[in-house]
Design a protein around this ligand. Structure first.
Ligand code: SAM
Length: 324
């Protein structure tokens, strides 16, 4: 429990700050603030943190980044994590570009669910947002479905003037493949300019756009995974669509259940608050597991009641350094 009575049992682990794409909203143009590789936690260090976390009651884990799959040892990390008593689920967030080759090895290693970022289906718009090639992502999604994960979800960040005309094609794609699709409000995670009136598209408006095409039936009891999405079923298409309104939902943080581990070994209790607790120093100075657990408990006590995104939040460390 954190000081506000929320049960925190979900740890999102960034395994790298590197990424093979350059999303407009995630990595500032010309970003050079990479951590040196030796500063990244090793697989063994990550596993030690997971063990300490499970001893405190953490049950759900997600590997993320940067792009986790640019790191070669992710299947081994997954395999080791799934062998730890107390670990209920290991999930992955990825841009999907490397999934075509890695989906099956990851499934075989015990990975249960995969979230794939897909901001547009149109190759030109996808490239404009990410700098990447949507064909690779689509091949990755097909491979993930074929590999038999328990759930493959699609994530799309909402951007006015960039991808609002892609929302409906994405819904049709999700319906065709039977994959839940979530729309995420833009958060100020790189520079404050990311979030302007001009490019912020609230969930409410996205819902109104979709409602012009199909009826949205609320699914208040629908819970997929461990996140804060609110789900709707689209009556005609049958698509299941979730909305993650970090900025416009005033109760967004009420049900928060997570903390983050950054690639350089710091616990970040809240994405939208600068408080971090360094674990790496302790990990690299031969401390016992008890010391790790104490630091995790300290981070839990420092978890704020809500994020600061609505209060002129200054990102400082960009998303790629913190982990999504
Ligand atoms: N590379 C992986 C991926 O593409 O999913 C994992 C890391 S990425 C940082 C995790 C998620 O954060 C993605 O769905 C991405 O779209 C989202 N994200 C990144 N920056 C964001 C921002 N400024 N606002 C909202 N979501 C953001």
């Amino acid at each position: 429990m954190d000081p506000f009575g929320r049960q925190i049992d979900y740890l999102r682990i960034s395994v790298t700050d590197r990424c093979n794409e350059r999303c407009l909203y995630c990595m500032p143009e010309g970003y050079k603030g990479w951590e040196s590789k030796p500063d990244h936690l090793t697989a063994e260090e990550i596993i030690r943190v997971v063990r300490a976390a499970t001893a405190l009651g953490f049950r759900k884990f997600r590997l993320t980044g940067g792009e986790p799959l640019v790191r070669g040892d992710v299947p081994e990390i997954v395999r080791a994590m799934t062998g730890i008593a107390g670990v209920e689920t290991v999930a992955l967030s990825t841009n999907g570009t490397k999934l075509a080759l890695l989906a099956q090895p990851l499934r075989d290693a015990g990975l249960r669910t995969v979230n794939v970022s897909l901001d547009a289906l149109d190759p030109g718009i996808y490239h404009r947002v990410t700098g990447g090639d949507v064909a690779k992502v689509l091949a990755g999604i097909r491979a993930a479905v074929a590999a038999g994960f328990e759930c493959v979800k699609l994530n799309c960040v909402l951007m006015r003037g960039v991808n609002e005309h892609e929302l409906w094609p994405l819904v049709l794609f999700a319906a065709e493949h039977g994959l839940p699709l979530r729309f995420i409000e833009l958060m100020p995670l790189t520079t404050t300019e990311v979030l302007t009136e001009k490019n912020f598209l609230p969930c409410g408006e996205a819902m109104r756009l979709l409602a012009q095409k199909d009826e949205l039936i609320p699914q208040p009891d629908r819970k997929l995974g461990h996140g804060p999405a609110k789900y709707y079923l689209l009556k005609q298409t049958g698509a299941l669509v979730g909305f993650i309104g970090a900025l416009t939902n005033q109760h967004f943080c009420d049900s928060c259940n997570k903390m983050r581990l950054t690639a350089d070994g710091r616990i970040r209790p809240c994405l939208g608050n600068h408080v971090e607790v360094d674990l790496r120093t302790v990990l690299r100075h031969g401390a016992a597991d008890g010391a790790l657990r104490e630091l995790l408990e300290m981070a839990l006590r420092l978890k704020p009641q809500e994020h600061q995104f609505r209060n002129q939040y200054q990102p400082c460390r960009p998303m790629t350094a913190i982990g999504g």
